[in-house]
Ligand binder design. Sequence first.
Ligand code: XMP
Length: 507
Amino acid sequence: MIGVIDFGSQYTQLIARRFREMGVYSEIFPPTVKFSELKSKDVEGIVLSGGPNSVYDFDLNFDMNIFSGEVPVLGICFGFQLMAQILGGKVEKGEKGEFGLTKIRIVKSSLLFKGLAEEENVWMSHHDVVKELPSSFEVLAYSENNYIAAAQSQIKPLFAVQFHPEVTHTENGKKVLENFAFEICKAKKNWDLGKFVEEKIKEIKERVGTDKVLLAVSGGVDSSTLAVLLKEAVGDKLTAIFVDHGLLRKGEKEEVSNALRSLGVNLVVVDAEDRFLNRLNGVTDPEEKRKIIGHEFIEVFLEEAKKRGPFKYLAQGTLYPDVIESAASSTGMAAKIKTHHNVGGLPEDLKFELIEPFRYLFKDEVRRIAQILNIPDFIIKRQPFPGPGLAVRILGEVTKDKLEILRMADYILQEELQKWSEYEKIWQSFAVLLPIRTVGVKGDFRSYEYVIALRIVESEDGMTANFVEVPYDILGKVSRRITNEVKGINRVVYDLTDKPPATIEWE
Ligand code: XMP
């Protein structure tokens, strides 16, 4: 495994993912990690990430033993500066910053740059520069501004680059990381998700024994994959509960439950539409709606669990980015902290033991596991869908009639969009029902009906997003079909806002 020490760069997770993509397991550690802990995990190499801080005004409790040379180290950006500073070099603010695409000149051959040309296009993002290297170091490359772009120790396996090999803009970045992993660290290619699945199934089976496991499924890829993995491990000792809060899209409950049942999951579908709609009656405030839904969800889920228990274990689809982010926010190194808004957390005093087999996995790895477990494509490729469902896409009060209108409009949008050759680039696409009515003319009569807004965005992770330039003929067809086929709608508008300043959902 390759250990990545996280100094708060927005690309830290990308570094770990790159190594995993090449078949080498990689984990992320806080900046205070001790060398002894890394060794106890058998790390074959250590990477120091970038970060938003400056080394000269930052007091780090960093373990110097990491530079002993016993395990190869690669410093990236801030990681390079930290290595230089600690080992006796000098870091200063450069006269110029270097941001975006830059050329570097490689002036010395090194295992790190094996197979690279003399000039390479790399991606940089820094203001501080290493002005003087530690005495035992030599320069490997310079940037266009003649700053040191890469260096290595002449006596120990310590390497450093000022650019970011983990981002795709660095043309041969992958090659640099491969050189580090295989040429320098001699890492073994043994990270294999098929093997991971087999091992997890065995491990969960042994751990659970004759006890029972409880799981909430939403129909999303994480909980569905978890349901199937658990079923493989413990069979019917798993009870998966799918709460239908009445805020799902057209056909969603049937599609998801049929798919999971046909894969052998012991699935309980709780029909709680009336309960949720009663509680939402007359409520218009977005936060209030979310709170009610979150609270009600937990009540329904726990009531159902009580009827079918006792359960010793609760399984959750927690992913590695959540684990890393909560760790990063506790060390205060990361500049950005994500707001989690899942349907309410379960109360902490519950006496379940947790099973979280995806705690060390990235989302794309869960998708690959879903494929290994034969989960149908429509679940694997599913767009993110908010826990509070259509309630946050009906602005103002949620009623049965409005849900019906929105479901139909959304269905038409999906049907038409799926015919688009560039459908794959869409991160999320949905209809929003606005609480205003406008005047129109249908047949020979004046109409006074609701407005549907279409929201179609592309995004990497939902943190930022851009509206998609969907061709007008598709948008026009969607609009005509909605106004013709959905009773109660006489106007359709397209949302041309990015995030920020807007959010993806309208509430
Ligand atoms: P926003 O609207 O904040 O959404 O730009 C970012 C991403 O999160 C999803 N989203 C939610 N997911 N519970 C969820 O599980 C929620 O309450 C919730 N609100 C927004 C949204 O669909 C988008 O993918």
